[in-house]
Write a protein that binds this ligand. Sequence first.
Ligand code: MG
Length: 232
Amino acid sequence: MDPAATQTPAAVLWDIDGTLLTSGGVAARAFLEAVEQVTGRAPIPDGIEFGGRIDPEIAQLLLETIEHDVSHVPAALAHYHDLMRERTEALNSRTRALPGVQALVSELAQAQVRQTVVTGNIRSVAAMKLAAAGLVPPIDVEAGGYGDSGATRADVAAAGLQSLFGAEWRSRAAECWIIGDTPRDLACARAVGTRCALVATGRTPMDALVGLGADVVLSGLETSEDLRRFWG
Ligand SMILES: [Mg+2]
């Protein structure tokens, strides 16, 4: 472990789905319905691996399943936003922070660690999900990188760091952690130079996360001693 590893992080940038919370299928259903209502055809999600992808990419993949023009991505996302607004009540009642999340974000807040997100969710939906899970504050949704902040997840991560540190972000990245639940979270962390913890609380099982090269791999955040060891 190098000395830089054992210090309080300058910031923690959280993935949302499968890492901080589950929205009980409310968002996933709204996404499929949005594509269907915009195109007139039901997309075929079977066999598509959505984990860690950004929403515009998911919209494109769904449109491709019905051979629909991908220029409809913005319309599908706008309609998805509208459906989620209409379903705030369902979202609020079905969304749960995952075990250990509340305790860990509170602990980090007490230690004055800045917390925001690097997520594939578009900003408006990310804010709804985080509020539904009771995570705002301490998670700062004014900052962060979102599915509509860049063309790739690496761009989204860069946007998240830039929102915290401005033009200096590259020199601060190594002091920050991205915490996610998929190999794509690790890939974006590596692309921007942050540290990375992966947690097996999403759809990717522990044995598929171990060995990818993350700094820490955890079965869940309720047993995050390995992470706390890095943070002194
Ligand atoms: Mg995730």
